[in-house]
Write a protein that binds this ligand. Sequence first.
Ligand code: ZN
Length: 203
Amino acid sequence: MKNCYLCTSTKNLTKDHIPPKNLFPSPKPTNLITVWCCKKCNEKFSLIDESFRVFTSSVINRSKSGTRIWDEKVMESSFKRSPKLKTATIKSLVPVETEINGIKVQTTGMTYPIKKTNDYLVRLTKGFTRHFNPEIDLSRANFKVNNIIPNQQIIDMLYQKFFYVERGDGVFKMWRMFAKDMGVMSIWVYVFYDGLMFTIEVN
Ligand SMILES: [Zn+2]
């Protein structure tokens, strides 16, 4: 299907990376997934792509790749380009309790607008669906996003039962299961930098 996976336009098509290319430190993987996307939709996401990367790479239990993105891209590029983004990030910090190797740690965490998270994750879900299951029409689908704390039990279950895709080293993991018997069309799980995990239910 050669039309925009977000708005179905056939004009000004370009390739959109799913997940966005900016999540990956250099050298970037050569197996990144791309889908057709119109220029307008593509541009609409460029600022969200940048701020979502700040969010996902800011978590304390991030992978080495997450640390590299934070040091090399967020600090060196995003925050220098946009002092506004830096100020907003600092303002959004709240005390949080997290777990590192089973030990509870008090730290600060960045809060990120739920609407932007939803937009970002719905867009990924539409992109992956276009790539892996282009026959599925999501134009009338409902999406429900949850943020969950990853633990080994959940991860083991996902590997056993879900379709799995990974890109980059400790950058992005995705699981998907069609789950009619559970009352939803599909369930998707996304993990960024081994630190932040989201589920999204599609109906
Ligand atoms: Zn479009």
